[in-house]
Ligand binder design. Structure first.
Ligand code: HEM
Length: 343
């Protein structure tokens, strides 16, 4: 594996680690000392150099190992990748968006050469070289969405738009926070969001859907979501709950700093040009509590967020059981000083 990328695991011996650089650029998601759901969307425009927003699709030190983990999940459970037949065009739109962005943003790792519909793609970190005919699926080893998302960090769903609603009808979902593509496929925006507490009553999904139905091509938006995960596990799926659920019961005061991870999802939304579908990449970043508290303002704020979070949210996010353990650990790093708004 090249020096740019870690050789690590997200299961078994859990050798996943963040370098100092990765900790510094971690997308800490809390602008305030407390947290409640909101329609927290902003334009997905390039951010500071080195930040996770610098490029349209962030490629970081975990890239190669994450792709290896995805391949393993798919080998065990092919239903993590599904695309209803009418979504193939959206898959091509997504492939184009990702290939063009990566070739532009990371020319030392990726290149895309076009001669009409004859495309030549090179992915150096994964040692892939592919000549194919754009819009002709018989020239790729698998469907276009599967092909490109096996080479791109984060989960992906594709939503068709019709009848003033969005329908989740394709996806590559191997790093999810306890929801299932196989269960949700074919559902509408409010149907797949049905399990979320409080947000429906706050009108959040009404407003978000209204906004998304008008999303324009070339003007992507982004938002953060977050949850908590014991051990740096990417695949926290309901399908595999028996494998990872019990690990929540074995954390102790001695291991909480090392094992408890804040899981942040950088979610972006892109209108696709040919299909008019919406692509929804969900990029997962994990940081252990012991790394998080090396940044004093994050440590203070994390303590206060966990302390004040409504029980409904801590239950839904699956950490109510370990909340006292987490608070005891984080309290040592909260000196009571006021924090300033923003990240
Ligand atoms: C949770 C999908 C856009 C807000 C979820 C869940 C899924 C999902 C599958 C988990 C539900 C469960 O428990 O089974 C999507 C897709 C979107 C999208 C495919 C794109 C079309 C949005 C937007 C908002 C939003 C724009 C903005 C307000 C939320 C919230 C949760 C949630 C607040 C609860 C998350 C948590 O507490 O961990 N979403 N979502 N979603 N979604 Fe979305």
């Amino acid at each position: 594996m090249s020096l740019d990328f870690n050789d690590e695991t997200f299961r078994g011996d859990f050798t996943y680690r963040n370098s100092e650089r990765a900790i510094k650029r971690f997308p800490f998601p809390f602008p305030e000392d407390n947290y409640m759901y909101s329609v927290n969307m902003e334009p997905h425009v390039p951010g500071p150099v080195g930040s996770v927003f610098e490029h349209m699709f962030d490629v970081d030190e975990h890239y190669v190992s994450e792709m290896r983990d995805r391949a393993q999940v798919l080998a065990d459970d092919p239903l993590r990748c599904q695309s209803l037949p009418h979504m193939e065009l959206a898959g091509w739109d997504l492939l184009e968006l990702i290939m063009e962005s990566k070739a532009l943003d990371y020319p030392h790792w990726f290149s895309l050469t076009k001669d009409g519909n004859q495309w030549h793609w090179v992915n150096r970190p994964l040692q892939i070289e592919q000549k194919f005919t754009f819009l002709d699926a018989s020239t790729l080893p698998c469907g276009p969405m599967e092909y490109i998302t096996r080479q791109t960090q984060g989960d992906f769903t594709l939503q068709d738009q019709r009848d003033e609603d969005l329908w989740i009808e394709a996806g590559m979902v191997t790093t999810q926070a306890d929801w299932s593509l196989d269960f949700d496929i074919g559902m509408s925006f409010k149907q797949w969001h049905a399990p979320v507490p409080l947000a429906h009553q706050l009108g959040i999904f009404d407003r978000a859907l209204k906004f998304l139905l008008k999303l324009q091509h070339g003007v992507p938006v982004r938002r953060f979501n977050w949850t908590m995960t014991v051990d740096p596990l990417l695949d926290t799926s309901p399908e595999n709950y028996p494998k990872w659920g019990p690990s929540k019961t074995t954390m102790t005061p001695e291991t909480v700093g090392r094992r408890q991870h804040l899981r942040v999802e950088l979610q972006t939304l892109h209108r696709l040009p040919r299909s008019n579908a919406i692509a929804f990449p969900i990029r997962c970043y994990l940081i252990s509590f012991q790394d998080l508290v090396t940044v004093p303002k994050w440590a203070r704020r994390m303590h206060r967020v966990v302390q004040t979070i409504p029980d409904e949210l801590a239950t839904y996010k699956g950490f109510i059981r370990n909340k006292p353990l987490m608070l005891d650990y984080l309290a040592q790093f909260d000196d009571g000083l006021p924090t300033s708004p923003g990240f």
